[in-house]
Design a protein around this ligand. Sequence first.
Ligand code: DQA
Length: 144
Amino acid sequence: MPGTILVLNGPNLNLLGTREPDIYGSDTLDEIAGRLEDRARELGVEIDMRQSNHEGHLVDWLHEAQANGAKAVLLNAGALTHTSVALHDAILAIRVPVIEVHLSNPHARERFRHKSYVAMAAKGTVAGFGAASYLLALEAAATL
Ligand code: DQA
């Protein structure tokens, strides 16, 4: 639907809730989706939240955001953040603004997480606030 904010989640984020809760918190992705839905309703915007463990799905969904006239994309690409030139290129290939989202602060973690192919192409980044990173990114997206 035109004007929708797509919320795309990459590898291993389906395991939120049980995955390294000391780093990622104990909220499941469904719980985060619920909170985003509530806030989106208040802001008067439509969201569409998805998750895939496969890089190509995320590339296809970025293309779909462009084709469908999405308002913005919130993208937590998980580990693909640090490896995927394909996601970098897909973000550059579309005109829809993409906001990078992370639960943790990758810059305060291992060195291999310091490089982000997503950040180099994204409009901006929200990281380090746990599930609230998604809500803060939604606030930003709603103002675009
Ligand atoms: C993450 C950070 C990444 O480095 C990691 O690979 C993830 C989650 C985050 O939300 O903090 O899978 O994107």
